[in-house]
Design a protein around this ligand. Structure first.
Ligand code: FES
Length: 77
């Protein structure tokens, strides 16, 4: 299912990058960075955040980051 219509990004692509990335995401914007795009209208941010919270667990606490962590993807099998 397409989550971000501006960038044409599916929920599967987001889950794959969240699983493969070797960082703790501090914001949905970092997911877009890892996917090589950026937030446009922002309507999908809540959905991206929900996917991140699924991965981090329901007790997810968003870390405060002063600088975005670089995205380092591990190989996706
Ligand atoms: S729907 Fe994702 S930035 Fe617009």
């Amino acid at each position: 299912m397409i989550i971000c219509s501006c960038n044409v990004i599916s929920d599967t692509a987001i889950r794959d990058v969240v699983t493969a990335a070797d960082i703790t995401f501090g914001s949905p914007a970092q997911v877009y960075d890892c996917l090589g795009c950026s937030v446009q209208c922002g309507l999908c941010s809540r959905s991206v955040k929900r996917i991140l919270e699924e991965r981090m667990g329901e007790t997810a606490v968003w870390p405060v980051q002063t600088e975005p962590a670089p995205c380092q993807l591990m190989s996706v099998a």
